[in-house]
Design a protein around this ligand. Sequence first.
Ligand code: TYD
Length: 140
Amino acid sequence: MNTLNFLKKLDVHSLVDFRGNLNIAELGRLDEFAVKRIYYISNVPKGVERGAHAHKSLKQVFFAISGSFTLKVTDGVNSDSVQLNSHSCGYFLSSGFWRVLSDFSQDGVCLVLASEYYDPDDYIHKFDEFLDWRISVEKS
Ligand code: TYD
């Protein structure tokens, strides 16, 4: 399994005391990333996958704010898979990569910070089309 340089790890710092946990991540190193939208995915049944698409322009940051899930990414040639846990790290994913979210724990909640507003035209839903799109982008 390769560690792909487009998947950047973001540390989460947890301050834990008798009042509970305060979990902090700073996005300062992601110069090209400004958050325009957030969404979160929860209550995913066992065995169900989310995502399974690519974005042409959208950049995203993923956190598990409860429970855990797996983030799998590929550029069509190289693949990577990371498990996200609450109180652990997050990951920045650049645009142009196929990604799948899976293995949600019962309490798993995936928080996504997104660089753009929702745009259905930014999606590639079919893996074959994604591979063709990658080739066309690499040629241009
Ligand atoms: P989608 O991004 O395809 O998520 P998943 O691949 O996990 O199913 O979104 C599912 C639906 O929600 C789709 O019909 C578009 C809609 N949606 C919005 O309207 N706004 C948003 O910000 C997002 C992320 C999705």
